[in-house]
Write a protein that binds this ligand. Structure first.
Ligand code: CAA
Length: 240
């Protein structure tokens, strides 16, 4: 039977590429989204991948949504915590709300997505937790104190989960995309974006598919010994 994969924020941007790649690799895929019904409907029409709507920042909604996915598709073997938002502002102008929204979605959202699935993975002695972090969690970024804090937090989550899950056949790894050609990056002011691209040795933004291939690699059954690691995919912009 095909393994079941769940991708949060899986109907747009990097998440959509991940959902499609996992489907192409033979997984039964469910994609979640937070608000854009039209984009989700178009994505399902194009790919045949079922979408589910809930707010990853809310534990109860996540638990209920995950239970519904499992009732439809079976136990989730691979969870890709990809949903994320930006609320960029220089720190002196960052509001409490901008801080909290990003923490709730990007950091607490990972807890809310993985925690309800964890005991099932332990019982079944198999699990793949893949968290989409960011280059900006590794190096920080002007205007992203909130976002960088969550993406650095992701790395702490996977390193800890890896140690807890290893005996149970569960791996937890992070991917740190650099600047990828998605709506999120296109929302950065053009002048700033051009200056960012000029600092990428590859001379271009990455493609969502270039992140999706990292996910497929980590999700595989024979990837069990890769645990607690971080894959950077950033066109040589930054090394750790
Ligand atoms: N380093 C040093 N100084 C910088 C700077 C930087 N990276 N960026 C801006 N500044 C300076 C500017 O030069 C300017 O200085 P002066 O007033 O002396 O000219 C000052 O800071 C204000 O800059 P802005 O005019 O840009 O200020 P703003 O308030 O309009 O915007 C901002 C601030 C929202 C942070 C904007 O600069 C911005 O959007 N920056 C991009 C942040 C970014 O990279 N976000 C990534 C989004 S994509 C993503 O997050 C995906 C991922 O994982 C990679």
């Amino acid at each position: 039977m095909a393994r079941v994969a769940l991708v949060t924020g899986g109907s747009r941007g990097i998440g959509a590429a991940i959902s499609k790649k996992l489907k192409a690799e033979g997984y039964d895929v469910a994609a979640t989204y937070a608000g854009n019904d039209d984009a989700a409907a178009a994505f399902t029409a194009e790919t045949g991948i079922k979408t589910y709507k809930w707010n990853v920042g809310d534990y109860d909604s996540s638990s209920e949504g995950l239970a519904k996915v499992e009732a439809d598709l079976g136990p989730i073997d691979v969870v890709v915590a990809n949903a994320g938002i930006t609320r960029d502002a220089p720190f002196h102008r960052m509001t409490k709300e901008q801080w909290q929204e990003v923490i709730d979605t990007n950091l607490t959202g990972v807890f809310n997505t993985v925690h309800p699935l964890w005991n099932g993975m332990r019982e079944r002695k198999f699990g793949r937790v893949i968290v989409i972090s960011s280059i900006n969690g590794q190096k920080g970024q002007f205007g992203q104190v909130n976002y960088a804090a969550t993406k650095a937090g992701d790395l702490g989550i996977v390193k800890s989960l890896a140690q807890e899950g290893a005996r149970f056949g569960i791996t937890a790894n992070a991917i740190c995309p650099g600047y990828i050609a998605t709506e999120m990056v296109m929302a950065v002011p053009e002048k700033v974006r051009e200056s960012i691209i000029s600092g990428i040795p590859a001379g271009r933004l990455g493609e969502p598919e270039e992140i999706a291939r990292c996910v497929a690699f980590l999700a595989a059954d024979d990837a069990e010994f890769i645990n607690g690691s971080t894959i950077s995919a950033n066109g040589a912009q930054f090394f750790v």
